[in-house]
Design a protein around this ligand. Structure first.
Ligand SMILES: [Zn+2]
Length: 270
């Protein structure tokens, strides 16, 4: 069995793979995880955050993060079902001949990130238009321009060294180093964004608000008028208020989104 990406030490497993029961013990029932991640794909497509059949979302299903769910190559976000998601293992050799091998750039980024940042359970990577526009501005720094933007105060890392496509593991290692310093959002220069979170609900909520705030910043910059920036202490206060909000905001948002899918696209759960 020839290995296509031996340096990644990854292998593809189908959801029903019964050959490695010992590796399944700490993942219990992964069906809810599959449903949540499928819902995230559907909504990313609805929000026009997707790009062709590229971009990838992943969700750890083992405690150490080495095993995770990932979208299969060639699948459009808008059609992904829970059962379509690949279960992959960053600690196992890859099977190059697998007809459903995932996209190599997904391996290189997500496998390295899940292994190196096990607290980042859900990892979302998109080229969503407004945030990516900001990634293409020279020396751009996130603007405390509105309440939504304040949510990300102090949590954005910047990669200003675009290095082409992630076709080997070194790129994933480099990106993991940028995110591993208390940051949960990475602006990838000339490329796109990565958002990480402890759950699909929280990561998707972050992705949504990041793009909303980025859109407002692009629009504001396009006016050419002076910007009314929020002073740093106020931005920090608003960020703390986001963090300490008295309801489970992200979870309520995600539950509402899934209710819409339950009615309009119930097959996402299958
Ligand atoms: Zn990308």
């Amino acid at each position: 069995m020839r290995q296509k990406w031996p340096h990644l030490h990854l292998t593809v497993r189908q959801p029903t793979d019964a050959s490695t029961p010992q590796r399944m013990t700490d993942s219990t029932d992964e069906r809810p995880a599959r449903i949540d991640l499928a819902a995230a794909f559907r909504w990313a497509a609805r929000w026009d955050m997707h790009e062709a059949i590229a971009n990838h979302f992943s969700l750890a299903v083992s405690q150490d993060g080495a095993q995770f769910l990932l979208n299969p190559a060639g699948s459009h976000f808008s059609r992904i079902r829970a059962s379509d998601l690949l279960r992959v293992d960053a600690a196992q050799p890859a099977d190059a001949q697998a007809p459903d091998a995932p996209d190599p750039t997904a391996w290189n980024l997500h496998a390295e990130l899940h292994q190196r940042l096990p607290q980042a359970r859900c990892i979302l990577h998109t080229h969503m238009p407004y945030a990516t526009t900001l990634c293409c501005l020279q020396d751009f720094e996130w603007l405390a321009l509105d309440q939504n933007a304040c949510r990300f105060h102090g949590r954005i890392a910047y990669d200003r060294d675009y290095a082409g496509m992630a076709l080997d593991a070194s790129e994933g290692q480099r990106v993991a180093g940028l995110l591993g310093q208390g940051k949960s959002v990475l602006f990838m220069g000339n490329h796109g964004v990565i958002v990480v979170g402890p759950t699909v609900a929280q990561a998707l909520d972050e992705l949504y608000y990041l793009e909303k705030a980025a859109k407002l910043q692009v629009l504001a910059l396009s006016t050419g008028r002076p910007l009314a920036l929020i002073p740093e202490p106020l931005a920090a206060l608003a960020c703390a208020q986001w963090n300490d909000y008295p309801t489970a905001f992200s979870e309520l948002h995600f539950a509402a989104l899934k209710l819409i899918l339950d009615q309009k696209e119930p097959e996402y759960k299958t």
